[in-house]
Design a protein around this ligand. Structure first.
Ligand code: ADP
Ligand code: MG
Length: 315
């Protein structure tokens, strides 16, 4: 199968709402007047970001999901994507499942694949995503304000537990949900869009809650107090969370793709209602303060947050 047949067979779908899609030297798209174009790229490298034998459907899903997560964190409506792949071989079965995973998620958000690049090489998957947002509604990292509540969506640490399970560092009685979080994360696009006008700042949690909250604090020039006792957790994992590992997974595990955001107190009720509407736990885990970072452990004691304390997940 040559490169062009491969692109035609697995990656070309009808895109009537796009000016010019796959097949020319560049795609042509029509942005909505007045909207800012939100653009971002994220790459998944075999052996680094995923195990090479990962299920191809889930991998196709995740390749797009990590990019949609960046759109969510900006409160942007995702619209177009470019997909660049390096493939060791043109394996039709693998490509079929991979593209189905990609398009299943793309269809959920009407994201159009308008181009990309295809080459032979060590397995490498890269997406460039483009979305739209009114510039004043974008949720930036540099806009947290002292007194803001700090919120986080979903169940943190599940993906880290799933990875630890796959690597044999932990034996979960039933790893199904943890593996689903790891391999097929649900990007919080609906939450990001709903937070327009409610939140001051946001980031998606890809490198661990404390690391990513740290980016908001640094960019906004503020500090935070966080209470890990109020983080939502699955009851089934309570046993794991009694151990140090569980707390570390929640605070510093990577690959969660949840949203961490800050919002003024006056929006507490509306954000609570949003949690019900989206059927998604939203935990109010603390407050933005002028300076410093204080994190309370599961016993309510302040933790010492040295970098070395979180190295379990450095590799
Ligand atoms: P060029 O040589 O001009 O870069 P290519 O031969 O690389 O063009 O690609 C041909 C067309 O197929 C282009 O429109 C390109 O955007 C698209 N394309 C290539 N690879 C992919 C892919 N993996 N997914 C989607 N579109 C792709
Ligand atoms: Mg090309």
């Amino acid at each position: 199968m040559d490169e062009f047949k491969l692109i035609q067979r697995f990656f070309t779908r009808s895109t009537p709402d796009v000016m010019l899609g796959i097949g020319d030297d560049a795609a042509l798209v029509q942005p909505t007047p007045g909207m800012a174009l939100a653009m971002s790229a994220d790459m998944l490298v075999a052996g680094r970001h995923f195990l090479p034998d990962t299920d191809p459907f889930r991998l196709g899903w995740k390749t797009l999901a990590v990019n949609l997560s960046d759109m969510a964190a900006m409160a942007a409506q995702p619209r177009w994507a470019l997909l660049s792949v390096a493939l060791p071989a043109a394996d039709a079965g693998w490509l079929d499942a991979f593209s189905q995973g990609f398009f299943t998620l793309a269809d959920q958000w009407q994201v159009r694949l308008v181009g990309g690049d295809t080459t032979r090489g060590p397995l490498n998957l890269s997406v460039q995503i483009m979305g739209e947002v009114l510039p004043e509604q974008a949720l930036r990292r540099d806009a947290a304000q002292v007194g803001d509540d700090i919120w986080v969506s979903g169940y943190l640490g599940e993906a880290a537990l799933g990875l630890a399970h796959l690597q044999g560092r932990l034996a979960l009685p039933d790893p199904t949900l943890a593996l689903q979080h790891l391999e097929q994360p649900v990007p919080r696009v609906a939450l990001g869009l709903a937070l327009r006008g409610l939140a001051h700042s946001a980031i998606d949690v890809s490198d661990g809650l404390l690391a990513d909250l740290g980016h908001i604090l640094a960019r906004s020039g503020v500090g935070a107090e966080v209470d890990s006792r109020v983080l939502a957790r699955r009851p089934e994992l309570a046993a794991e969370l009694g151990k140090e590992f569980g707390l570390m997974a929640m605070l510093s595990g990577g690959d969660d793709y949840e949203l961490c955001f800050t919002a003024p107190r006056c929006h507490r009720e509306q954000i609570g209602a949003l949690s019900d509407a989206l059927q998604l736990p939203l935990s109010r885990i603390g407050q933005i303060v002028p300076t410093g970072l204080v994190v309370l452990d599961l016993h309510g004691r302040p933790m010492s947050i040295s970098r070395t304390g979180f190295n379990h997940f450095a590799e």
